[in-house]
Ligand binder design. Structure first.
Ligand code: FAD
Ligand code: 2HG
Ligand code: ZN
Length: 475
């Protein structure tokens, strides 16, 4: 990797010649929203923020930065969890925002595909699909502000992975600006293409370290206007795991969502005004949704599944949404947790996955280990139980100052991550590594795996200018 060369003073002028002076931001107040993540957990100081409006402009910007030896940090909606879109603090990196690239280029209901700019917001993709009676199934609480490019770069998950897979299952082709400014046009909509290495999949989940995604061909699914949604009270995490095959036996592929919420997580959202439909004194709760085409008997399927679950002792009590408003109320119990936890002070976030049969073991081991390490610590646990993915998030004991809690982050995360890895799990199920988990992930992976990852990085980005320090630690 080349050492960082002094930045030519003409760089910002040259960038302005490409994108227009209005779209090269250097004033502290203008760059502030791009310099920090949404939680304020990660902060940097960019050399400049550049906002290109087209793939050609992205290519020209990257070429100029490459010639100047300046690193680039791609940024979409800035809703990421791991500091992946935040620049370093030394003023040496350019943030490249895709926020102006918001065109839906094509929607094709016959081939069930949509071609979009990378800066299109996820909710707009969902709406465009719905307008032709199709479904784009990626769904997460940040969908009103995260972008398709960010979803691709993080291989986002969310609440419908159980049925539709993660973002990588929903992408057919990509357009990518490479670290030297060349454009790879891989915007193919083919369902079958066995012509060598799968470059599309290589860029998905790379968190902007291999290139900048500027466009994508997405795959659409049939619309699912028939929905049945239930909020259930559960005796244990083991019951939640056992419920998965039972739900599948009753609903088959119509089972779309199976989410878990711990009592403290529920209490938190209820304390912020979301009504609790059950008022049941259970330790765990869950959200189940079945979905299908118009006329599908999802309500009957849900009722028969819940009946069998109660009989088997897996469910203690259940509420079924009787209207769209009630459904929204049940979803709020799950989707509002992430934001609600911010009210407790800094959150030490964990996004772990283990085999579903080990979820109970994970939770049983972590609670006492963390309480012993920091008495009074408040785990706010919830997640995508159908995917074996828990957000084992930690809030400070009420008596501990936020800074003192944050100072313990590495030690507390090691407890969560060590236990996860002992159970053959992953320390990042869906959020990626960014800067916050890059070193930890390399430490847990084998030397062979890390050296393969470094070979890929070096082959595509030999000068190390594309989002350095993310995914793979520096040095
Ligand atoms: P950013 O935050 O801007 O960037 C994320 C990463 O992608 C960075 O490394 C950045 O450099 C890179 N990047 C962005 N755009 C590009 C591009 N065009 N080309 C190359 N690299 C790029 N995530 C889940 O997986 N599941 C969830 O359920 C979920 N729920 C969330 C709920 C809330 C309330 C919030 C705030 C976030 C949630 N997230 C979730 C995390 C986040 O929304 C996702 O990671 C999302 O995919 C990030 O998209 P973004 O456009 O905001 O990307
Ligand atoms: C979710 O599932 C998101 O709600 C966010 O992935 C998790 O905030 C978090 O830790
Ligand atoms: Zn999640």
């Amino acid at each position: 990797m080349d050492p960082v060369t002094p930045v030519p003073s003409s760089l910002t002028t040259d960038l302005a010649a490409v994108v227009g002076a209005d779209h090269v931001l250097t004033d502290a107040a203008d760059v502030a929203p791009y310099a920090t993540d949404w939680r304020g957990a990660y902060a940097g100081t960019p050399l400049a923020v550049v906002r290109p409006g087209s793939t050609d402009e992205v290519s020209a910007v990257v070429r100029l930065a490459h010639e100047a030896g300046v690193a680039i940090v791609p940024q979409g909606g800035n809703t990421g969890m791991c500091g992946g879109a935040t620049p370093s603090g030394d003023g040496s990196q350019v943030v490249l925002s895709l926020g102006r690239m918001r065109k839906i280029r094509d929607v094709d209901p016959v081939s069930s595909t949509m071609t979009v700019d990378a800066g299109v917001v996820l909710a707009e993709v969902q709406q465009a699909a719905a307008s032709v009676d199709r479904l784009f199934p990626l769904s997460l609480a940040a969908e009103g502000s995260c972008t398709v490019g960010g979803n691709i770069a993080t291989n986002a998950g969310g609440t419908a992975v159980l049925r539709y897979g993660m973002m990588r299952s929903l992408v057919l082709g990509l357009e990518v600006v490479l670290p030297d400014g060349r454009v790879w046009d891989g915007l193919r909509s083919l369902r079958k293409d066995n012509t060598g290495y799968d470059l599309t999949q290589l860029f998905i989940g790379a968190e902007g370290t291999l290139g900048i995604v500027t466009g994508a061909v997405l795959t659409l699914h049939p619309a699912t206007p028939a929905r049945a949604t239930s909020w259930v009270a559960l005796p244990s995490v083991a019951a939640a795991a056992s419920l998965l095959p039972l739900l599948r036996d009753h609903a088959a592929e119509r089972l779309t969502t199976w989410e878990l919420v711990s009592r403290p997580a529920l209490d938190l959202v209820v304390s912020q005004g979301v009504p609790d439909p059950l008022a049941c004194d259970a330790p765990w709760f869950g959200l189940i949704e079945l979905a299908g085409p118009a006329g599908a008997t999802v309500g009957d399927d849900l009722e028969s599944a819940l009946g069998a679950a109660v009989e088997a002792g897996l469910v203690l009590d259940a509420a079924i949404a009787g209207s769209p408003a009630q459904r929204d109320g049940l979803w709020a119990l799950r989707e509002r947790i992430s934001e609600a936890q911010e009210s407790l002070g800094p959150t030490i976030k964990h996004d772990v996955s283990v085999p579903i049969t080990s979820l109970d073991d994970l939770v049983s081991r972590l609670a006492p280990a963390l309480e012993q390490a920091l008495p009074g610590i408040r785990p706010i646990v919830y997640g995508h139980v159908g995917d074996g993915n828990l957000h084992y998030n930690l809030s400070r004991p009420e008596s501990l100052e936020p800074d003192a809690f944050w100072a313990r982050a590495a030690e507390l995360s090691a407890i969560v991550h060590d236990c996860t890895v002992e159970l053959d799990g992953s320390i990042s199920a869906e959020h990626g590594l960014g800067s916050s988990k890059a070193a930890a992930a390399s430490a847990y992976k084998s030397e062979v795996e890390v050296s393969l990852m470094r070979s890929v990085k070096d082959a595509l980005d030999p000068r190390g200018l594309m989002n350095p320090g993310k995914v793979l630690p520096l040095g």
